[in-house]
Structures are given as C-alpha cells and as structure tokens.
Write a protein that binds this ligand. Structure first.
Ligand SMILES: *[C@@H]1O[C@H](CO)[C@@H](O)[C@H](O)[C@H]1NC(C)=O
Ligand SMILES: *[C@@H]1O[C@H](CO)[C@@H](O)[C@H](O)[C@H]1NC(C)=O
Ligand SMILES: *[C@@H]1O[C@H](CO)[C@@H](O)[C@H](O)[C@H]1NC(C)=O
Ligand SMILES: *[C@@H]1O[C@H](CO)[C@@H](O)[C@H](O)[C@H]1NC(C)=O
Ligand SMILES: *[C@@H]1O[C@H](CO)[C@@H](O)[C@H](O)[C@H]1NC(C)=O
Ligand SMILES: *[C@@H]1O[C@H](CO)[C@@H](O)[C@H](O)[C@H]1NC(C)=O
Ligand SMILES: *[C@@H]1O[C@H](CO)[C@@H](O)[C@H](O)[C@H]1NC(C)=O
Length: 421
C-alpha cells in the first residue's frame, strides 16, 4: 500500500516536472508530423503522444541513430517509405512506444540494422520491406495484436518469432536471405494467407496453434509444424522444399468451391512438389480437396496415401517414382486422373478400376503423365462447371450445396477486396 502511494507520488511528480520544464511541442498534434530535417527531428523527439502520422523522409543531416525517447503512442501510422535518397540511419529506437493505431511501415533504409521498440504491443499492420541490413526488430516478437498484415520482406533477420498474436489477415515473409526460423506460436487464424517465398533455403516453420487459413504457401522450408490445422480455405502448397516428413494430422479440407463471379487463374488445391527430401506425407483425416490435388517431383517419396480422401473436385496429378498409391475412400474425382511413374512394373490396374466404375469423371492416364487441363477463366464457364459438378457429384443434395456456395462466394469476395487493399 505504502509503496503504491509512493509510486503514485513519484509518477505525479515526474509528470509535473516534465510539464513545467517542457511543454509538449505543438507538432505532436499535427495530423501529419513530417520529419525531413534534423531540426524537426529534435523537436519531434519531445513528443510523448502523436495525434496523427509520423512520416520520416530523407534528410542529409540525420544522426546514425534516430530515437524517440518519450514516445508512447501514435494515433496514426509510423511511416517511412523512401523512394528517392536512401536514408542512411542504422538504428531506429522508440523504447517506450506501446501502440500505433494504424501502420508501421518502413521501407528502403538500406543501412538500418536495428529497430528497437521493445514494448510495442498493438498496431494495425506491420510492413517491413527492403531493409537488407536489418538484423534485429524486437517488436515483431512483442506484438500482441494486429488487425491486418504481418509482412516482412527483404531483411537479414535470422528469426521471426512471436508467441502472442492470435490473428492476422496477411502473413507474408518473402526474400529474407538469412532467415532460419519462422514461428508464430499463438496464431490461430490467418484470414488471407500465410506465405513464405524466396527466403534462405531451409526455413523451419512452426505454427502450432493455427486452425484455419485461407491460402497456405511454402517455398524453401525444411520443416512445417501444423498440428492443429483443420481447414485451408484456398490452397495448400509446399514447393521447392526439404521437408522430410510432412504431417497435417487434423487437416480435413483444402480448398473451397469457387465463386462463379470471379475468374480462377490457376488450379491449385493441394500441391506438394519439387521437394526431393520428402519421404513421407501424412494427411490422415483429409476428406476433400477442391480444385487439383498435385504431387509431383518428390524423388524420395515412396508411398502416396490419403486414407480418408473422398472427393477431389478438380484433377488428380501424381508424378514420380513412388511404389504405391492408396486412396481407399475415393468416391468422386471431378476432373482427370493423371499418374506418371517411371518405376518399371507400377501397377495401374487398381486405379484403373476407379475409372471403370465411374469414380473418375474425366480421362484416366497411367503410367504416362498427362498434363492437367487448365481451367477456363471465363465467368460463364466457371458457373457452368460448378453446376455440372454439383449435378454429377451429388444430384440429390445439389440444392444444399448450392446454397452453401453462396456463403463461399461471399467469403472469397471479401478476400478479393482485402487483396486490393
Ligand atoms: C504541422 O502542421 C502545420 C499546420 O498544418 C504545418 O504548417 C507544419 O508544417 C506541420 N509540421 C510538421 C513538422 O509536419
Ligand atoms: C550504407 O549502405 C550503402 C549501400 O548498401 C553502403 O554503400 C554504405 O557503405 C553504407 N553506409 C554505412 C554507414 O553503413
Ligand atoms: C532488397 O532491398 C534493396 C534495397 O532497397 C534492393 O536494392 C534489393 O534489390 C532488394 N532485394 C530484393 C530481392 O527485392
Ligand atoms: C478466422 O477469421 C475469419 C475472419 O475474421 C472468421 O470469419 C473465421 O470464422 C475465423 N475462423 C476461426 C476458426 O476462428
Ligand atoms: C515452385 O517454385 C518454383 C521455383 O522455386 C517456382 O518457379 C514455381 O512457380 C513454384 N510453383 C508453385 C506452384 O508455387
Ligand atoms: C524437381 O525437384 C528438384 C528438387 O528436389 C529440383 O531441383 C528440380 O528442378 C525439379 N525439377 C523440375 C522439372 O521442376
Ligand atoms: C470403385 O473402384 C474402387 C477401386 O477398386 C473402389 O475402391 C471403390 O469402392 C469403387 N467405387 C464404387 C462406387 O464402386
């Protein structure tokens, strides 16, 4: 109790003193606080709260470290998207900054090695890009909530980890040449995507709480931990990776039938390709794949088995030197079934039976791989294709499926809007 009173008194005195010694500069209330010289920077450094955006532009006389020692909140964005001269600052620091209402967007500070914002917990979105010298950005780990993007592109960070963020829209991690580990332990839901591309080969990826994601895309990863993932609404792609054992123990559904009012430009559903170290795939409860199921060019893979898979709305394309293909529950394949296998004596007969009894609607090709047809992207074609599928796959429940498709169209509509933003 006594210590509380002392603390309150101390805080009270502290703020009293600061009010006396320095009144807050008026630029802290600007709707845009534009920093474009060392002089403005010096004044801005006095701000505790900024009412609008902070925008940092090039100046020839900045010190090597830009620090905002008092800054606690920004009721706008923290932006520095440099298009002309490179800002040569090496360290950006805001040790007391807790919240930024809109975006933290820093781009093209070619010499920036450190962003020090150790208590930043709340922002709308973060975009770091073209910061090739950046090796430390502690706020990426301290963030507890974002409303929108978590984007880190073209940095030298070795690790990107966070164990608190429960939700994000876009999670995009591209072109980080030193990245070894990517871990979002708290993330349950990513409503647009989680995507890693062109990072250092061999990134270890851990998403232990993720249940649902729209698009899921991984390139150049060496491991993927997704024990809770149940639904991938758009596609699931693992490409050009060195994952030895790919396990998705709870994944039930990949892909969703698409919106007839938007054109589909690719066939991707579940795609695992160009991953020569991949020895095993485990999708024990996967029931449905919309669009295509493609497993190609994974030279170490011996067995392809989807024990619960019932429906593939698009095509199935399997190519490699595997010894067995097991699809015991397969009931409907809307497109073609193409299997290319160079192993002498691969038995196509069991699979041929799926064609013979009508499970496969399109052509059947085995053991020679036939390229999968690409989907027509015209709106009328898409709509016709959906109706055809529904009539063919489940004539009795066609109406129900069509209704739920309305909801799907709505969901994809939203994601399209987000993409535009
Ligand atoms: C603050 O706003 C005033 C009035 O709009 C403007 O003249 C001034 O340049 C702004 N200062 C900074 C540092 O952005
Ligand atoms: C800043 O980066 C540029 C371009 O990479 C480089 O030429 C320059 O030496 C760097 N300057 C400092 C002070 O690190
Ligand atoms: C990374 O950023 C630097 C600095 O803007 C740029 O020169 C380089 O081309 C970028 N690299 C990639 C792969 O985008
Ligand atoms: C994921 O987020 C979206 C968008 O907020 C929401 O519609 C969906 O219900 C969420 N899913 C889960 C499993 O929380
Ligand atoms: C797979 O990765 C290669 C290069 O690594 C790229 O050219 C190709 O477009 C990727 N394919 C998919 C489906 O992501
Ligand atoms: C097959 O995958 C390997 C990696 O395992 C890759 O180097 C090669 O380019 C891929 N082949 C084709 C035709 O994409
Ligand atoms: C079609 O043939 C496959 C392979 O023999 C079998 O597993 C499946 O149960 C059959 N389906 C029907 C509807 O007869």
């Amino acid at each position: 109790m006594l210590s509380n009173i002392l603390l309150i008194t101390a805080v009270g005195l502290g703020s009293f003193r600061s009010v006396q010694s320095q009144s807050t500069p008026s630029i802290c209330d600007n709707s845009t606080l534009l920093i474009d010289s060392r002089q403005v920077l010096t004044t801005a450094q006095e701000c505790t709260a900024v009412a609008g955006d902070i925008v940092i532009q090039y100046a020839s006389d900045y010190p090597a470290t830009i620090e905002f020692p008092n800054l606690e909140s920004i009721d706008g964005s923290f932006l520095s998207i440099n298009f002309d001269e490179d800002i040569r600052v090496t360290r950006l620091s805001a040790p007391k900054l807790k919240s930024v209402t809109a975006d933290v967007y820093i781009s093209r500070w070619v010499n920036l090695t450190t962003i020090n914002m150790p208590v930043l917990t709340t922002i709308n979105r973060v975009r770091l890009n073209n910061l090739p010298s950046l090796t430390s950005a502690n706020f990426l780990s301290t963030l507890e909530s974002i409303e929108n993007n978590y984007e880190v592109t073209n940095t030298s960070l070795k690790e990107i980890t966070n164990d608190k963020l429960p939700f994000a829209v876009f999670v995009e991690i591209f072109d980080n040449k030193e990245l070894e580990k990517f871990e979002l332990k708290g993330l349950k839901n990513a409503s647009y995507n989680v995507a890693l591309r062109r990072n250092k080969p061999g990134v270890e990826v851990s998403l232990p709480a993720l249940k649902e994601v729209f698009y899921f895309e991984f390139q150049r990863i060496s491991s993927l931990e997704i024990p809770e993932l149940e639904r991938v609404i758009g596609h699931f792609v693992v490409n050009d990776s060195t994952v030895e054992s790919l396990e998705a123990p709870k994944l039930q559904n990949v892909g969703l039938w698409y919106d007839p009012s938007i054109s589909i430009t690719n066939n991707r559903g579940l795609v695992i390709q160009n991953s020569g170290d991949s020895e095993s795939l485990s999708f024990p409860v996967l029931e449905a794949v919309q669009l295509d199921l493609v497993i190609r060019n994974n030279s170490a893979l011996r067995d392809i088995s989807f024990p619960m898979l019932r429906r593939v709305t698009g095509n199935i394309g399997l190519e490699g030197t595997f010894e067995s293909v097991r699809l015991p529950e397969l009931d409907r394949v809307g497109g073609i079934f193409s299997l290319g296998n160079d192993e002498a004596g691969f038995n196509c007969g069991d699979l041929q039976a799926f064609k013979t009894n009508g499970t496969i609607r399109g052509e059947f090709s085995c053991p020679r791989y036939q390229e999968l047809p690409t989907r027509s992207s015209s709106i009328g074609e898409s709509e016709k294709e959906i109706k055809d599928w529904l009539n063919w796959a489940s004539p009795s429940t066609g109406f129900e499926s069509f209704r739920s498709m309305g909801a799907v169209a709505f969901a994809i509509g939203i994601s399209t809007i987000l993409l535009v933003l």
